[in-house]
Structure formats: C-alpha cells, structure tokens
Design a protein around this ligand. Structure first.
Ligand code: BYC
Length: 481
C-alpha cells in the first residue's frame, strides 16, 4: 500500500484507504461498481460517453500536486476513494464532545443522524449529473464542454466518496442506502432526489453557470461544515472533496462573468447604452443583464432552501453531537459549545420580517446561510466590476432572503426581490419581473447552439482569459471527430 499522499492504482478502485487489505469493503464496492457504471451510462452526459475528454484525475491528495491531466473517455475515468491525510491526535472541535479524540468509528448513539447527513450529501452528487446530462449538446465551446464534464466526473467521484463511508461504516443499512443512491432520479415524480434544488431542470448554459456558482457553493459550505466533523473519516473525505469543489465554483463564477463581459462588449460595439432596452440587446445575440439578474434570483433563492429552516433542532443536534460544525469553526472566537449564546435570525412575525435573537444552537442553519450569502457576494462584486468597466449603468444584486422561498420562515409568504411582502395576486401579476418568464427562457434557449470548433466560442459568451492546464486557445479539449 502506498503512503496516504499517493493513490493505489493497482485494483479496480483507485484509493488511498488500503482497500487491498479491507476485503469486506473492497468486495462491497466491487459489487456496487457495475450499478454505478450503469447509472453513469444511463444518466451521465448524453452523446459524449465515447469521446476523449481532457480531464484531470486525482492521483494524490497532496495539495501541491494532486491531479494529472490527460484525455480520457468518461466511463473509463478513475473514480477513486480519496481521503485527506489523517491529522495526528485530532480532537473534536465543538459541541458536547469538544476536546475528546475524533472518532475513527461511528459513535453508536449518533449512528442514524450521521447516516442521514452522509446520505443527503451523497444524494446531491449524482443528482447534479442527472440535471446537467443534456448540456453537452449545446456547449458554447469545447473549453466549456470539457469543464462541464470535469464537474460531472468529479460529482461522480463525490458519490463514490459518500458510498465508501456508507459501505465501510454502516453495514447492511449502509449498503441499502448506497443502492438507493443509484435508484433515485432528479425530477422523477416517484423517486425524486432528496432536496428541492436537485429536482429542478438545468436547461441551458446560463443555468449551468448559475448552478455551479450558487448551488455548488452550498456544497462548499456544507462540506466545510462536515469537514469539521468529529467523525474523522467524514472530515477527511470532505476535506479532499473541497479541493475539487473549488474548480466547480470557478466554472460558475467565470462562466457568468464571461457572459456579462460579452453582453457589455456587444452593447458597447453597437452603441446600446440602456441595459433595460431588452429588445435591442437581444437583437445583438447576447443575454441582457435584466434576464441574467432574474436567473441569479432563481438560482440564489432555490439554493437558500438547501440550508434548511432558519431555526432547526436537527442542526442543533448535529452540532451538539459533534457531527457537523460551522463554516471555519476553528477561526470563530467563542466557546464552540453554544449552550448559552444567541444568534440573530430573520423571522416572519405578523406578516413582517423582523430580526430575533434565538439560542445560538437553534440558529445554526441561518448562520451557515449568512456565511454563504457573504461568500456569494464576492463573485457578484466581480461581475459588477466588469459591468462598471464598460460604463453600463446596471448592478447585479442578490435578492432578499425572503424572496421565492419554499423552505423555512418565508415559505408561507411571497416577497419581492427587496423583501417586501406581496399579496398572492400581486405576486402572480409581477412574478415575471423577478424570475425568468417563458419568453426569457425561450430566448436563452434560442441562443443555445453548439460551437464545437477549437478556439471558437458561441456569440453570447466571451472566451476565458487562460486555458485549462495552461493550454493554448486552440486546444482541442474534447475530441469530437
Ligand atoms: N428540501 O431542521 P430542518 C452539494 C427537511 S450541496 C427538502 O429545517 P436540517 C452539491 C429536512 O430533511 C450540499 N427537504 O433542516 C452542490 C427535515 O426533514 P426530516 C449538500 C428539506 O435538517 C452542487 C425537515 O425538512 N449537503 O454538495 O437542519 C452539485 C426539517 O429540517 C430541505 C448537505 O446538505 C430541502 N431543501 O437541514 C453537487 C449536507 N431542507 O428529517 C453537490 C447534509 C430541509 O424532519 N445535510 N428539509 O424528515 C444537512 O446538513 C441538512 O440535512 C440540511 C437540512 C442542511 C439539508
């Protein structure tokens, strides 16, 4: 067996967890493997499974040199099981068990809670692949197509990561959950994925970039929280997943940024000064900024639902038990037990949105969501800097957290993007001001024509500043011929 930094590529399943000497888990995973491949072939990127794609594969967990790039057919991608190196003498950093040695086995009293967290995390990974499976057919460039497939294979690997934990630590019920992860389907009325946003469609590339910007960022926040887990194998698994996740958010941020850039550029070239003159902007074959704002409203609000209710006993219990921490827990200056403090939570009281201090333990979903919103705003400022650079009078703005919600405090009301509560009839009348209308969707769809020639890009998106793996502009990221 290699040291932990390097991956054992000898067997069917690349890994750094010494599978070769763990025959029970090895056999369980080998039995799961064909079902996974069937799922990938059925639900993975449609029409491109036989193409050679320039992908990065994790070959180590050393942060300085963990990946290698090469042409691969996706079904032959090396989906491995990779855990970040064990931190010697790691202690649980929060909750009732703070200061005790991190668990190397599942603590009996928390088994069900831990399994649920792992299953929910696992369920999102294949769901996103299912949601994105048709996008290759309308890729705006080979560069973007390659990035889509990179994200897809890594989400596949993240499913492997959760399935490993289920198979290794949860016996028969873990095996059953691992099977069910391959049975549920995004958007299926009978067997849907577990969380709302993962049953929505990703019908076009703007949606894909918004999804990777907003929803993958929920992934980052949740993985950051689980990376603090007192259950050490989960912590180590999530720590390595975060290494890969950074690229997914890069794809989202730069994808939206390149669309903004191209729109502003086309407006400048044509002398269109008013960003709200949607008809004139659309005639240029680019996506107008108001529609982009509506897409951001949609994806941001759907993603906020993934944080659960603002006030949650599930979240309190998971923290208290030492299973799920806060974003960058170790950098927070408090007692990390939270039995006394409070946290301000936005609530709906008498049809008004008010701030209320609740016990800190109960407000943990809200706190993680607040950290998420702060993180989201960083990229939004970068998009606005592009708009400013072109002198266009428009600012992309995240909608109020009460806008378009289906989970938590605000699920019961309608609010506009500024957080003003609207009567149902008013909301119905004005919905298309805030969310993409059928006409907006049809316009975006009309732009989704594939561009498969190296070095070329669809007219509604600017080329990236640099290539993947420093490749030149005309590099053939996917061999289509
Ligand atoms: N949809 O106490 P509550 C990613 C349920 S994304 C449907 O408010 P809790 C990725 C909840 O299950 C990150 N149901 O919430 C991104 C509970 O039901 P039960 C994924 C929902 O439990 C892009 C009830 O409502 N990882 O990785 O504190 C591409 C009351 O729950 C929803 C995780 O989410 C919903 N949105 O928080 C690829 C981490 N929200 O049990 C990948 C693991 C709540 O009473 N999961 N409910 O029947 C968790 O930490 C928590 O379970 C949640 C919810 C944050 C999801």
């Amino acid at each position: 067996m290699n040291d932990i930094g390097n991956v054992d590529y000898e067997g069917l399943i690349p890994n750094n967890v010494d599978l070769a000497h763990d025959t029970r888990v090895k056999h369980a995973l080998e039995r799961w493997h064909p079902g996974y491949l069937d799922w990938w072939n059925d639900m993975g990127p449609e029409g491109f499974q036989e193409k050679l794609v320039y992908l990065r594969t994790a070959v180590s967990v050393d942060p300085k040199g963990w990946a290698k790039f090469d042409y691969v057919r996706m079904p032959e991608y090396k989906w491995g099981i990779l855990l970040a190196p064990q931190v010697p003498d790691r202690k649980i950093g929060f909750g009732a068990h703070k200061g005790e040695p991190a668990w190397q086995e599942v603590p009996g009293e928390y088994r069900a809670m831990l399994r649920r967290l792992i299953v929910i995390q696992g369920d999102t990974e294949p769901a996103s692949v299912e949601q994105q499976r048709f996008l290759g057919k309308t890729a705006p460039s080979l560069y973007d197509m390659r990035n889509l497939f990179q994200v897809n294979v890594e989400e596949g690997r993240h499913l492997w990561a959760m399935v490993y934990l289920l198979q290794k630590y949860f016996g028969a019920d873990g095996r059953e959950e691992a099977e069910e992860l391959l049975q549920r389907r995004s958007g299926d009325p009978d067997t849907p994925r577990m969380l709302g946003a993962f049953n929505e469609k990703t019908p076009d590339w703007l949606s894909f970039f918004m999804f990777t910007y907003f929803t993958d960022r929920d992934g980052k926040m949740q993985l950051e929280a689980l990376a603090r887990s007192g259950f050490d194998p989960l912590s180590r698994t999530c720590r390595f997943m975060l290494t890969e996740e950074a690229h997914h958010m890069f794809v989202g941020e730069t994808g939206v940024g390149r669309i903004v850039e191209r729109t502003c550029q086309a407006m400048a070239e044509a002398g269109v000064a008013d960003p709200h003159d949607v008809a004139r902007v659309r005639k240029l074959g680019v996506i107008d900024l108001p529609t982009l704002q509506k897409k951001a409203n949609l994806h941001f609000s759907l993603t906020l639902d993934l944080f659960g209710s603002e006030i949650s006993t599930n979240a309190a219990n998971a923290f208290h038990a030492g299973l799920k921490g806060r974003f960058r827990e170790e950098r927070i200056d408090d007692d990390h037990v939270l039995e006394r403090g409070t946290y301000p939570v936005l609530r709906l009281k008498d049809h008004k949105i008010v701030n209320e201090d609740v016990p800190a333990l109960s407000g943990l979903n809200m706190r993680l969501r607040d950290d998420y919103v702060t993180d989201c705003n960083i990229g939004v400022s970068r998009w606005n800097a592009v708009i400013d650079r072109y002198g266009v009078k428009f600012k992309i703005k995240l909608p109020h957290v009460a806008f378009h919600r289906h989970i938590g405090e605000f699920a019961a009301v309608h609010a506009d993007a500024d957080g003003n509560i609207l009567a149902d009839a008013e909301w119905e009348k004005r919905r298309d001001e805030f969310l993409p209308s059928a006409g907006d969707r049809a316009f975006i769809e009309s732009l989704m024509q594939p561009q498969y020639e190296p070095a070329k890009f669809a007219g509604w998106i600017a080329p990236p500043k640099v290539g993947i793996d420093n490749k030149p502009g005309d590099f053939e990221y996917v061999k289509i011929a």
